[in-house]
Design a protein around this ligand. Structure first.
Ligand code: 4NP
Length: 154
């Protein structure tokens, strides 16, 4: 069993998609029971809120339901609950490394770095349009499939 936490800034746009798409693709691949997945934000401004409606709509267009997720901020305990904590961009990774209690269990890494070996950010779509949310979705699909392939074979 591998526990993965996906982390962006607000936990309302990118990481809810990363969580929902990963869960959906893992289930489709028949390995859903091998993973525990969750998402959180570096900041807590949107804690308690559902994902941004543009993320919800984008996921729905692809047959993925994320509307029942609830935003929350990363906690120190997360670093012992998860095996892998993936920041959606490099700012998120920096912030996670600053928060990580010394000696904790989780490995912190960049999402697209871990999935695809590309040291690239998933761009923040918050001030963008639906096209930007579709682009996030497409990145999450490619990244999820690569992560699932690697992690399910170990
Ligand atoms: P996310 O997007 O990090 O992908 O959830 C954002 C959501 C909210 C804000 C920034 C980015 N904000 O500034 O409130």
């Amino acid at each position: 069993m591998t526990a993965i936490l996906f982390v962006c800034l607000g936990n309302i746009c990118r990481s809810p998609l990363a969580e929902g798409v990963f869960r959906h693709r893992a289930e489709q691949a028949g390995v859903g029971d091998r993973f525990i997945v969750d998402s959180a934000g570096c900041g807590g401004w949107h804690a308690g809120e559902p994902p941004d409606r543009r993320s919800v709509l984008t996921a729905e267009r692809h047959g993925v339901s994320i509307h029942d997720q609830v935003a929350r901020q990363v906690t120190r305990a997360d670093f012992d609950r998860f095996d892998l904590i993936l920041g959606l961009d490099r700012d998120n990774v920096r912030s996670l490394l600053n928060t990580a209690p010394p000696g904790s269990r989780a490995r912190v890494a960049l999402y697209l770095g871990e999935a695809l070996g590309q040291q690239k950010d998933v761009p923040d779509p918050y001030y963008g349009g639906m096209k930007d949310f579709e682009a996030v979705y497409a990145l999450c699909e490619t990244a999820s499939d690569a992560l699932i392939k690697t992690l399910a074979s170990t």
